[in-house]
Design a protein around this ligand. Structure first.
Ligand code: ADP
Length: 158
C-alpha cells in the first residue's frame, strides 16, 4: 500500500489542485490531502471549510482522502507511513520555494521523497488567490472550480 501526501493550504481547492491529485492517484494506492493548519497565514476559509470543500471536490476519486494537520508534514508522513509528498509545479517561480521545502523535508525525514508534478497547461496560471478575486468581482470561473466552491466563495463575500 503506497501512500502519498498532498499537503497545502487549499484556500480553496481548484481544478488545478485536482489535476495534480488525479495524476498522483494513478501513481499511488492512496492520496492523502493534508490541509495545513498554519497560524501565520490568514486564509479566507477555516480549516473545517477547506476540508469540507476538498471532500466535495474529490468526488469519484475513490483512492483519495482528506484530513488536516498542525504538525510538520515530514512528521505527519512518518506517522502515516507515506512514501512521498506531492506538490504542484506551475512556473519557474514555484521551483525555488518547492526546492527549498523539499530540501528541508529531506532534512526532517530522509525517507520521504518529494515529487513535483506539472498540471495540464489549462491550469498553469491558476491559483486560489486569483480565483477568489475573480469570484468576488463577479467573473466567470466555472471551468476552474467546482460549483460548491464557487458558492462558498460567493457566500463569504455576500
Ligand atoms: P501552499 O500554501 O502550501 O503553497 P496551495 O494550496 O497554494 O498551498 O498549493 C498547494 C500545492 O498545490 C502547491 O504545491 C502548489 O504549487 C500546487 N498548486 C496550486 N495550484 C495549482 C495549479 N493550478 N496547478 C498545479 N498545482 C497547483
Amino acid at each position: 500500500m503506497r501512500k502519498v501526501i498532498y499537503p497545502g493550504t487549499f484556500d480553496p481547492v481548484t481544478y488545478g489542485h485536482m489535476d495534480i491529485a488525479k495524476r498522483a492517484a494513478k501513481l499511488f494506492d492512496e492520496v492523502i490531502f493534508v490541509v495545513a493548519v498554519n497560524p501565520t497565514k490568514q486564509p479566507l476559509f477555516s480549516v473545517e471549510e477547506r476540508v469540507y470543500l476538498l471532500r466535495e471536490a474529490i468526488g469519484e476519486l475513490d483512492n483519495a482522502t482528506v484530513t488536516s494537520s498542525e504538525k510538520l508534514i515530514a512528521e505527519f508522513a512518518r506517522e502515516n507511513s507515506a512514501v512521498a509528498l506531492i506538490r504542484g509545479l506551475r512556473h519557474v517561480s514555484d521551483f525555488e520555494y518547492e526546492f527549498q521545502m523539499a530540501m528541508m523535508n529531506y532534512h526532517l525525514n530522509p525517507d520521504v521523497s518529494t515529487i513535483l508534478l506539472i498540471p495540464d497547461e489549462k491550469y498553469i496560471h491558476l491559483n486560489s488567490t486569483v480565483i477568489k478575486d475573480i469570484v468576488r468581482l463577479g467573473g466567470d470561473v466555472q471551468e476552474y472550480i467546482p460549483a460548491v466552491v464557487h458558492r462558498a466563495i460567493k457566500d463569504k463575500f455576500s
